[in-house]
Design a protein around this ligand. Structure first.
Ligand SMILES: C[S@@+](CC[C@H](N)C(=O)[O-])C[C@H]1O[C@@H](n2cnc3c(N)ncnc32)[C@H](O)[C@@H]1O
Length: 252
């Protein structure tokens, strides 16, 4: 799994966020990775927090790791994105340039405001019910649908809805290395609707890969989370490989 470093403006585009969506709201970025969303939100006076399982392992050094890893993987990224023009990045070098700058911003902010970056893992986030007005979730759920099973998706969506008072927005809906929508999407939406969490699919003016220009919006206002279920084993493969540290060729 990759730790990426998208920007505040990229989040605005991915999640079709308006000033009104953000003003006076408490916002959670889950998973935050090395994104600079929270850093820029802070400069704009928005009350935002990021949570990610990597913050338990790497905090101060995560931004640097992501900078090194992204540059190291240039050849792999060239192969993976061949024929996949993004609406956001001119080319792979532009992606590396942007992620490097965003990871630096993240690194400065996590050092200056450590309480804004919480170590935690889906599907059991370390927050009370309804802790945030708006929860944003980019490039984990659905995106890693080839490595994270449907039980993980169900439990993760329910936990995101549990901590959200109003809405959860998720992007993308496409499994990253297949180009097709996550196969269990409609089934999960029906189950959530049955639990009082209606949802809608909304087109956005952002594509990471062609065809992945939709987000899912969960409406949580009428949902009351049941008492937390007993912890279930969830089969996940969410390991991050730092290839630049392993010394493996960047194309492998
Ligand atoms: C591709 S990055 C996305 C980061 C950020 N949202 C962005 O778009 O730049 C995926 C992130 O998910 C985190 N992650 C993986 N499994 C997780 C879990 N179960 N709970 C919380 N974070 C997790 C990884 O540590 C990694 O930082």
């Amino acid at each position: 799994m990759l730790v990426s470093a998208r920007s505040f403006e990229e989040y605005r585009a991915m999640f079709a966020l308006t000033d009104r969506d953000l003003a006076g709201r408490r916002v959670l970025d889950c998973p935050g990775g090395a994104a600079s969303f929270v850093a820029e939100a802070g400069r704009r006076g928005i009350d935002a927090v990021a949570v990610d399982r990597q913050y338990a392992h790497h905090r101060g050094e995560l931004g640097l790791l992501v900078e090194r890893e992204t540059a190291f993987k240039r050849e792999l990224l060239v192969q993976e994105t061949a024929g996949y023009p993004s609406s956001w990045y001119a080319d792979v070098d532009d992606l590396i340039r942007q992620w490097t700058a965003n990871a630096r911003d993240f690194r400065a902010d996590i050092a200056a405001r450590p309480d804004r970056y919480v170590a935690g893992s889906l599907p059991e986030l370390p927050f009370a019910d309804d802790s945030f007005d708006l929860v944003l979730s980019s490039h984990l759920i659905f995106s890693y649908g080839n490595r994270l099973d449907e039980e993980f998706h169900r439990a993760a969506l329910l936990d995101l809805a549990r901590v959200a008072r109003r809405e959860v927005r998720l992007f993308p809906l496409v499994v990253y290395d297949t180009g097709v929508r996550y196969p269990g999407l409609e089934r999960l939406r029906e189950e959530l609707a049955g639990l009082g969490i209606p949802s809608r699919v909304q087109r956005v003016a952002y594509e990471f890969q062609p065809g992945d220009d939709e987000m899912l919006v969960l409406s949580c206002a009428d949902h009351r989370a049941p008492a937390r279920p007993v912890r279930r084993a969830v089969a996940v493969d969410d390991r991050v490989r730092w290839r630049h540290r392993e010394g493996v060729p960047s194309g492998s």
